[in-house]
Design a protein around this ligand. Structure first.
Ligand code: IFM
Length: 468
C-alpha cells in the first residue's frame, strides 16, 4: 500500500494508536557497551571478526563503542527523558557466561541487574534480547551455529540469564534476526564469523530455531507463574513482483520463502515450508531436522518482534532477460526503484510496513511489536547543541503512520521501538552509519539529542495524551 508522505514534521498525536501501546527505543550489547575485556567478558565472534583485515569499514571494532558499560546511569536518564516506556537491549552472552559454557559470571550479571534496576526506578520497562549476534568465540571454534550443540548451549545460557533477571524482567526475546546470524554470518561472509558456506548457513538456520525453542521452554519453565511475555525478533520485509510474469512471481515466492516463511512457518505452524525445502533439495541441501525438533521450535510465542527497514521488488530474470543465473539457479533479483534512500542505500518504503503487518496478522495471527525501525542518514554536525536530522524525522513519522494504518486494517501491533537510541557500531559498516536519534561524539562520548529524538518524545507524549 502507499502511505501518503508526511507533510508536516511538527509533532502531533498519531490517530489510531491506543492507550497502552508500547513506545520504546532499542540498542544491542556489542553495538554500544564497549568494555570488551572487562569484568570477565571473553571475546565473541564479533571481537574476532573485527580483527580480520578488511572485514569492518575503517578496521573499527566494539572495544569502546558508546562506552555504555561505564555510562549506563546517564544513558538510562537520557532515554527516560524521552518519555519512552520501554527499553529494548541485549545481554552479552560472553559477559554473562564467558566462553559459552559453565557457570555465570557474577560481574556480568551484576551489570544487567544494575541496568534493569535503574530502568525500573526510572519507570521504564526492560525488554531483554538474549542473543544479538555475539556468540562466544569458543562456541564458534567448536562449530558455531551450524553445530547442533550450540542450540543446547544457548538454552543453558538463557536459563542462567533468566534465573538472574527473571524476578525483574518480564519481556524476553530469544534471538534477534536469525536470518542475519545464519545468512550474513555463514553464507555471505558479511558478518561474523565471516564464513561463505551455504549448506552450513542452512544448518545454522535450523539450530538457531532449535536454540530458540529450547531457550523458550527453559524460560517458560523457570518463569512458572510469574508474568512473562516471550518472543523472537525477525527481520522482515515484503517481496513484490516487478511485473505480473510467472518468473517475477516465482522470484517473490523464493525471496519470501527464504526470508520469512523459513522462520515463521516452523515457529508458528511447526513445519518448514515444502516449497523452500524443495528449492533447497534442488541444491543438495537438507535441513538437519531430528525427531521432535519441530515441536520444540513451535513452543508457543506471546509476541512476534518485527524489525523492519524496507520492502523490495523482485524480478525472476537477469538484466539480460535470462531466467537462470551463472550458478544455474533460477534468478531472484532485487530490482532497484527510483525511491528516496537512506545512507545505507536502502529504499524508503513505509507502505511495505503496513502490507507486512497485515500479512503477518493474516498468515501467523500473533500480536506484533516493531522491535526495530529507523534509518541511518548522513546527519549534519552538532551545531549549538542540536542536530537537524529532518530526513530521520520524516522516516520515523512515515513508518509510525504505517503502523497506525496496519492497526486500522486489523493488525494487532502493540508497540514501536525506534532503532536506535543512539549512534553506535553498525557492524561491518563501523561507526560511519549513524542510526541514532541521539548523536554520539565518539571522541568525547558526549550525547546530543537530535531533532528526531525531540520529535519522537513529543509525538509519544501527544499520542498518549490523545488516547487517554
Ligand atoms: O544495527 C542493526 C541491528 O543490530 C539489527 N537490525 C538492523 C540494524 C540496522 O542495520
Amino acid at each position: 500500500m502507499t502511505v501518503t508522505p508526511t507533510r508536516s514534521l511538527t509533532p502531533a498525536a498519531v490517530p489510531g494508536i491506543p492507550a497502552g501501546f508500547r513506545w520504546g527505543v532499542a540498542t544491542s550489547a556489542y553495538q554500544i557497551e564497549g568494555a570488551a575485556a572487562e569484568d570477565g567478558r571473553t571475546p565473541s565472534i564479533w571481537d574476532t571478526y573485527c580483527r580480520v583485515p578488511g572485514a569492518v569499514a575503517g578496521g573499527e571494532n566494539g572495544d569502546v563503542a558508546c562506552d555504555h558499560y561505564h555510562r549506563m546511569p546517564q544513558d538510562v536518564e537520557l532515554l527516560a527523558g524521552l518519555g519512552v516506556d520501554t527499553y529494548r537491549f541485549s545481554l552479552s552472552w560472553p559477559r554473562i557466561q564467558p566462553g559459552g559454557r559453565g557457570p555465570a559470571n557474577a560481574k556480568g550479571l551484576d551489570f544487567y541487574r544494575r541496568l534493569t534496576d535503574t530502568l525500573l526506578e526510572a519507570g521504564v520497562t526492560p525488554w531483554v534480547t538474549l542473543y544479538h549476534w555475539d556468540l562466544p568465540q569458543e562456541l564458534e571454534d567448536a562449530g558455531g551455529w551450524p553445530a547442533r550443540e550450540t542450540a543446547y548451549r544457548f538454552a543453558e545460557y538463557a536459563q542462567l540469564a533468566y534465573d538472574a533477571l527473571g524476578d525483574r524482567v518480564e519481556h524476553w526475546t530469544t534471538l534477534n534476526e536469525p536470518w542475519c546470524s545464519a545468512m550474513l554470518g555463514y553464507a555471505f561472509g558479511q558478518h561474523a564469523p565471516g564464513r561463505t558456506d551455504l549448506p552450513a548457513a542452512l544448518d545454522a538456520v535450523h539450530h538457531l530455531l532449535l536454540g530458540h525453542g529450547l531457550a523458550a521452554r527453559a524460560v517458560r519453565d523457570a518463569a512458572g507463574s510469574r508474568p512473562l511475555e516471550l518472543g523472537i525478533t525477525l527481520n522482515l520485509g515484503t517481496a513484490d513482483p516487478e511485473t505480473d510474469s510467472d518468473a517475477d512471481r516465482e522470484a517473490c515466492r523464493r525471496a519470501d520463502g527464504m526470508g520469512t516463511r523459513l522462520y515463521l512457518d516452523p515457529l508458528v505452524h511447526g513445519r518448514y515450508p515444502a516449497d523452500v525445502l524443495a528449492d533447497l533439495a534442488a541444491q543438495d541441501i537438507e535441513l538437519p531436522v531430528q525427531d521432535g525438533d519441530l515441536e520444540v521450535i513451535a513452543t508457543p510465542l506471546d509476541v512476534l518482534g518485527v524489525n523492519f527497514y524496507r520492502g523490495a521488488l523482485f524480478s525472476g530474470v537477469t538484466e539480460d532477460g535470462s531466467p537462470t543465473g551463472q550458478d544455474g539457479l533460477p534468478v531472484t533479483r532485487a530490482v532497484e526503484r527510483d525511491l528516496p534512500r537512506t545512507a545505507m542505500d536502502w529504499e524508503i518504503t513505509p507502505g511495505s510496513l503496513t502490507d507486512l503487518l497485515v500479512r503477518l496478522q493474516r498468515d501467523y495471527g500473533l500480536p506484533t511489536v516493531i522491535t526495530e525501525n529507523g534509518a541511518a542518514f548522513d546527519d549534519g554536525p552538532v551545531t549549538g547543541g542540536a542536530v537537524h536530522d529532518e530526513e530521520r524525522v520524516r522516516y520515523l513519522a512515515d513508518h509510525i503512520a504505517a503502523v497506525a494504518a496496519a492497526r486500522e486494517q486489523g493488525a494487532d501491533v502493540r508497540g514501536y521501538f525506534a532503532w536506535s537510541l543512539m549512534d553506535n557500531f553498525e557492524w561491518a559498516y563501523g561507526y560511519d552509519k549513524r542510526f541514532g536519534i541521539v548523536h554520539v561524539d565518539y571522541a568525547t562520548q558526549v550525547r546530543t539529542l537530535k531533532d528526531s529524538a525531540l520529535w519522537y518524545r513529543d509525538t509519544v507524549r501527544l499520542t498518549r495524551q490523545a488516547a487517554r
